[in-house]
Design a protein around this ligand. Sequence first.
Ligand code: NAP
Ligand code: G4F
Length: 334
Amino acid sequence: MRQSKTALITGITGQDGAYLAEFLLKKGYTVFGTYRRVSSPNFWRILSLGIEDKINYISADLIDTSSLTEAIKVSNPNEVYHLAAQSYVGSSFNQPITSGEFSGLAVVRMLESIRLINPEIKFYQASSSELYGKVKNKSQNESTPFFPQSPYAAAKLYGFWMTKMYREGYKMYAVNGILFNHESPLRGLEFVTRKISNGVARIALGLENNLELGNLNAKRDWGYAPEFVEGMWKMLQQKNPDDYVLSTDETHTVGEFAQTAFSYLDLDWKKFVKSDKKFNRILEVELLKGNSKKAQKDFLRLIFNTGIEEASKKITSWRYKLIIDPLTSILETY
Ligand code: NAP
Ligand code: G4F
């Protein structure tokens, strides 16, 4: 008889994969994680969390159905967290076809493998607030219509609906976490928050003279990744499967983020930040601001052990966690 639960995380080498693995290990799970074979190993996030020896690794690529099927068979999990994807919106305009393969079709490869191997396995799909795209509403919740603005978002939209379809058609426990941006010191450097914290540190150390960004007016709802992974887990522990928004319900411009980051080192951001059109996207998502009331009601308050109001404030700590943490780690590295 199985003593503890087993989870399979696709994309264990990514930001969320690493934090989720750390979280599930603390809960006593046996954790399997898929990684893709590349010429230079990419385990720096797992190493930085000190959990490298506690994970069971399986090599699998999103385009290779048999490798994904094998990962499910070998791990025999209770829960699958499907996080692997081409996650950078900007690149999806240059690579629309692989983005469709990795962020869209791969979801069905996972769902179909689970259906055939063991439909009792619970499935989490990493859906995204990018689905909302060209929003008309001031804030977005589970009922807000989708209007994708990138090949990435269009691929994720397909994954979203297929997950819902497997839930309703095959009665599988398959859910979408519609997650707004969440960041951390483990975020890839191409994303704007880490590009800014890295740029501020390099300027402060005299390694650069300025920081070139794209659209400074875009608004994002930025949260803290280690808190969001607990929400993913909670979504698989509900009585009935359902889709949930996870967000801080607060929005700020890229310019505000940069201003705040520079101000921590007493620097005037306007002297250093340049906006260059070469970083603009073919289509932009101008405003994202979540409304996470449904998750707050069902489980967020349990995570933080607080009332609804306090729960939403807890994940709204971007000024410290998303700027000072990464900034300090960069300054210490140089
Ligand atoms: P990330 O750091 O970019 O990690 C993506 C993971 O997918 C990495 O492990 C990557 O492997 C893997 N991967 C990419 N292509 C693959 C392929 N062809 N075969 C196998 N593995 C592949 O992304 P994240 O921030 O952790 O996000 C996790 C998921 O949540 C993604 O699906 C993302 O789209 C979604 N999401 C993220 C956010 C956010 O704000 N972070 C918000 C909403 C939704 P390598 O390390 O080898 O590249
Ligand atoms: O940090 P970003 O690249 O993240 P983006 O596009 O919002 O996507 C992230 O969050 C999504 C959830 O909403 C995830 F689904 C997705 O996987 C990813 O994790 O860009 C944020 C904003 C954009 O409006 C972008 O145009 O910042 C703007 N921006 C301005 N200058 C820039 C830059 N973005 C980047 N990466 N680099 C710049 O120089």
